[in-house]
Design a protein around this ligand. Structure first.
Ligand SMILES: *Cc1c(COP(=O)(O)O)cnc(C)c1O
Length: 229
């Protein structure tokens, strides 16, 4: 068995255990393999081990890989996104996790409109208020969701966060919980084109905590593919 296959097996096992611990159905948690900065061959290896969901963070790298690989994979875009690059993602990504401002949502709406499709997006929040990270402010969540929900060709499917790094995953729990509560608040607003069914949270070192707090998509890179340069 390849190392990637062994890692995937181990992570799926940890997901199952975390679900057992909090009484969740493991089917409600999807593993997104974050393949950024890793060569296409690693994606092939993971695919051969049964992994079909992949996340990329850089538009150019994503485009190259998506073109090169003729695999039936589902691509998610999880990185910071400039509006002028949205056209390169058009119709190719199943979910964009990193929408944190109206202007970006408007451009996604326009691009997907050109091909007569609807884009699924998540709203990204910067709950730790870190200057180095993208994500909208929690305080503007309702206003942002309202504005975006009025755009055509767009569906808000949930929320995403990239919390501050803490050595102890328990310290990150508060952020995961806050994202879940924020999702409940936005759901209660009953906006059109907004169905908060996904919580994208948890990475290699804290995904089990994220699952306990309700994650439906865990974004795992290092634990599957090893350290990045
Ligand atoms: C790189 C990245 C990940 C994966 O992080 P690991 O610690 O390698 O698991 C998850 N989410 C986002 C947004 C990332 O950029």
């Amino acid at each position: 068995m390849s190392e990637i296959a062994a890692n995937l097996l181990q992570i799926r096992h940890q997901i199952d255990l975390a679900c057992q611990n909090c009484g969740r159905d493991p089917q409600t948690v999807r593993l997104l393999a974050v393949s950024k900065k890793k060569p296409s061959q690693t994606i092939i290896d993971a695919f051969n081990a049964g992994q079909t969901l992949f996340g990329e963070s850089y538009v150019q790298e994503f485009s190259q890989k998506a073109e090169e690989l003729e695999l039936a994979v589902e691509w998610h875009f999880i990185g910071g996104l400039q509006s002028n690059k949205v056209k390169y993602l058009r119709g190719k990504t199943a979910l964009i996790h990193s929408v944190d401002r109206f202007s970006l949502a408007r451009e996604i709406s326009a691009q997907w409109g050109k091909i007569g499709e609807t884009a699924d997006i998540l709203l990204q929040f910067n709950l730790g208020g870190e200057a180095s990270k993208s994500g909208a402010d929690e305080a503007e969540a309702l206003e942002l969701a309202k504005q975006i929900s009025a755009l055509p060709n767009l569906q808000i499917r949930g929320l995403m966060t990239l919390p501050p790094y803490c050595d102890d995953p328990e310290e990150v729990r508060q952020y995961f919980r806050r994202l879940r509560l924020l999702g409940e608040k936005l759901s209660a607003a009953n906006l059109p084109n907004v169905i908060i069914e996904e919580l994208s949270m948890g990475m290699s070192h804290d995904f089990t905590v994220a699952i306990e707090e309700g994650a439906t998509l865990v974004r795992v890179g290092t634990a599957i593919f090893g350290a990045r340069d």
